[in-house]
Design a protein around this ligand. Sequence first.
Ligand code: KIV
Ligand code: ZN
Length: 519
Amino acid sequence: MNQKDHLIIFDTTLRDGEQSPGASMSKDEKIRIAKSLEKLHVDVIEAGFPAASPGDFESVAAVAASVKDSTVCGLARATDNDIDAAGKALKVANSARIHTFIATSPLHMEKKLRMTPDEVVERAVYAVKRARNYTDNVEFSPEDAGRSELDFLCRVIEATIDAGASTINIPDTVGYNLPDRFGQLIYDLRERVPNSDKAIFSVHCHNDLGLAVANSLSAVLNGARQVECTINGLGERAGNAALEEVVMSVQTRQDIFDCQVDHIDTTQIVNCSRLVSNITGFPVQPNKAIVGANAFAHESGIHQDGVIKHRETYEIMRAEEVGWNANRMVLGKHSGRNAFSQRLQELGCHFNSEKELNAAFASFKELADKKHEIYDEDLQALISDTLANEKNETVKLLSLKVTSETGETPRAALTLSVNNEECMVDASGSGPVDAVYNAIEKIVHSGAHLQLYSVNNVTDGTDSQAEVNVRLEKEGHIITGQGADIDIVIASAKAYITALNRFVGKNSPRQHPQKTETV
Ligand code: KIV
Ligand code: ZN
C-alpha cells in the first residue's frame, strides 16, 4: 500500500492570530501557547513578526528558545531589516524557518507598494536569497495571491523557487476566493510552474466569506501539502482557517484525502483551544465546529436515542478524539500541591518560578473552598488569571465591596493599588458592574471606552467560575482583558483591570507587517 503524503500543519495563531485587534499577547503568554502547539505536534509554529517592535523580537526569540520539536518561523517583509531581524530572533531555534512575502496583485503592487511587477520579482528573489543566509528553510508568499494574475504568479514563484524557497505559500489574503476556483489555482500553479516539484505548496486562507477552511481543503485536494491555520480560527478580520477544522476534516475523511495528519495529537485540540481563548479573551461560540461547547452535545431526544443505540447515527467523530472529557480529572480541596502541579503540567502549563506555582496553588485552594469539584476548565481559567495578577502590574485589585438591592442604586467601594499606592473610592452605577467600572475609572482616569463585555460560565452548575471578557478602545488601540472568579462582579473588575494594565506599554510603536510602508 502506498504511504500517504504528510500534510504539514503550519500554525500562525501567534502571528496572524495576534494581528486581530485586541488579541495581542505577552511573551509569557506566547510561550504558553507555543508549548501547547508543540504538544499538539504541529509541524511549524509561526511565532510572530520580529521586526514589529523590540518586544515582538524578544517574544519570537523566547518561543524559538523554548520549542524543541516544532519548527519555529518568523515573518519578514522583503526588506533587509525584516529578514535580518527574523534571522537573529530565530538563531537559537532547533529548527528555524523564515517566511518572507511581498504583494503580487495588481492592486497591491500599484497602490500599496508603488512598484512595477519587474521590481516585485526582483525584490522577492533578493529577499529569499537574503533569508537563505540564515536558514535553508525559507518560505515565500506572494501576498494577495488570491487576486493576482496567474501568469505573473507563475513567474514570481518560479523565480523564488530558483532563489532557494522550499515552501511557496499561496495566501487568499482578503478571503475573496471560492473553493473550486482556489483549488484550481493550486492545480494550475503546480502544473505550470516548471520547477514546482522543488517546493511544497502551501495555502493561507482568510475567512471573510466564511470559506477559509473550505478553500484550504480544496487546495489540499489539488496538491497543497501545507495548510496555514490558527487555533479557533483566530486572525485578521474574520480570521484564518481553523486548525481544528482542517485537521479533523482531513482525519475524518481519509476516504477522500490522499494525505494524512496522523502526527497531530488531536486529543490536545480542546485544551489548546481553551488556552488560546483564555489568553486572548476571544470566546469560542457554542456552535463552533470541534471546539464549541455544543459541538458534541445531543439535546434532541431523537438524536440521543440514535446515539445511544449506535454512536455513528449522529456522530462522525468521537468527542474524546479531540480532547473533550479526556482525562478530565477532578481536583478538590483535599488535593495536594503535587496533584495540582502535575495536572497543570499535563495541561501544558509551566511556571517560570516557584513563586508563580505557589501563587497559583494558593488561588486553587481559595477556589476549592468555594467550589466542590475543580475541572480542567477551572484550572485553565484560574492559571490565566493568577499569572496575569502575578506580573508586576501597575494597577492591582486589593478589595471590592458591592451592594445591590431591589429599588436601590448599586454602589461599589473599591481599593486599588496603582503604582504601589493604595487608592480607595466609592461609586454608583446603573448596575453593580457599572458601579465597579465607574469606581475604577474614578481612580485610573483611563478614558477608555468599553466596547464589549461578556460573561461565560467556565463549567456547568451555578457554582461555576465566571469568566468575563472585556474589550476596551482608546485612541484607536483595542485591548482585551479577562478575569475569572466565582463572583461575577469580581471577575468583571479583574477583566477590566487586566485590560487597563495591557494599555501600559501600548504606546510603544509596533509595525503591522501588511499595513506599514516598507519599500
Ligand atoms: O494574509 C496574508 O496574506 C498573510 C501573509 C503575510 C502570508 O498573512
Ligand atoms: Zn494572513
